[in-house]
Design a protein around this ligand. Structure first.
Ligand code: S0N
Length: 274
């Protein structure tokens, strides 16, 4: 099998690119002149693109990345940040990046962050909420909130502490330093570090490996990993998947069939498994 992949543009957006190939969707934040910072429109388009990949039966893995090699994402666009938050093109302050974070966690397909250059601020949290992170050797990670007047006390704090431990998570937020790729690997913040020229090849190969595996098993285990952190909403996601599996069983279908046929259900024929 050749290592090259031939991406096809599958939808046109202004702030992002949406491409597909081999059952993989690649979503690229495309604002390199701002180190791929996101504005409200960017987040809106990311939510749309993830929804597109979620509902495409042909897609089994998703890559989130940034255009170029200078930055994965530098967080919220400080140049559109007004006195009440990030201002959209209609003048309304909102960002909705928290919705995007949860969308990535609830999405029943693996999402891989492909990080070259800076993953900073809200951009750092975006890679954190992805299931896996492959970093280039030029990647740099960090939070800037307490320096620029913001903070993510939700997943940005709690999920980070669960990922790398409380002391290190607090260090990242309380000192606002930057960390290189080797440190990120040592801390368990990323899964692998490769030369920047090999970043996409390596990330695609990880996706190809996952595409050989059971999509249902990947879906269930992803929901299982997120269930306790996400509380009842996480259990709901896991439970929804369990219901989906039950629908596919003869036992589940007996209930539907009996109702449609206006007869009592015959569940007696099903084993009471130990
Ligand atoms: C990324 C950095 C470290 C790169 O440094 P470098 O390589 O020296 O490049 P620069 O010359 O600084 O930048 C190149 C051009 O890109 C522009 N630019 C860079 N980052 C941004 C940005 N975030 N917004 C707008 N523009 C950006 C530069 O201005 C420059 O362009 P010119 O030359 O034309 O001016 C370095 O750039 C850096 O530190 N950037 C800022 C990083 C930052 O502080 N980001 C914001 C962090 N906060 C959030 O993300 C909060 C949002 C959020 O996600 C959130 C989440 C949950 C709950 C709450 C919030 C919340 O709203 O607070």
């Amino acid at each position: 099998m050749t290592n090259s992949i031939h991406w096809q543009s599958a939808h046109a957006y202004s702030d992002i690119r949406y491409e597909v190939a081999e059952g993989i969707a690649k979503i690229t934040i495309n604002r390199p002149e701002r180190r791929n910072a996101f504005r409200p429109e960017t987040v809106k388009q990311l939510i749309d693109a993830f929804h597109r990949a979620h509902h495409d039966n042909a897609i089994g893995a998703i890559i989130l990345t940034g255009a170029g090699t200078e930055a994965f994402c530098s967080g919220g666009d400080q140049k559109v940040r007004g006195d009440e938050g990030y201002i959209d093109e209609g003048g309304t302050p909102h960002l909705n990046v928290l919705d995007l974070q949860m969308q990535i966690r609830r999405l029943p397909k693996p999402v891989v962050a492909m990080v070259a250059g800076f993953a900073i601020g809200g951009g750092h949290v975006l890679h954190l909420v992805c299931d896996l992170t492959i970093a280039a050797d030029n990647a740099r990670f960090g939070q800037t909130g307490p320096r620029v007047g913001s903070f993510d006390a939700g997943l940005g704090a709690g999920l980070m502490a669960r990922t790398i431990g409380m002391k290190r998570a607090k260090e990242i937020w309380l000192l606002c330093r930057q960390y290189d790729a080797a440190t990120a690997l040592d801390w368990g913040l990323v899964n692998a570090v490769v030369p920047v020229a090999k970043l996409e090849e390596e990330t695609v190969n990880w996706c190809r490996d996952m595409l050989k595996l059971s999509p249902m098993a990947l879906r269930m285990i992803k929901a299982g990993f997120n269930a306790d952190t996400d509380g009842l909403a996480g259990i709901q996601e896991l439970a929804g998947n369990a219901t989906g599996l039950f629908y596919m069983s003869e036992e589940g279908q007996e209930g539907r069939n009996a109702w449609l046929e206006r007869r009592p259900p015959d569940f007696g024929k099903f084993r009471k498994r130990p």
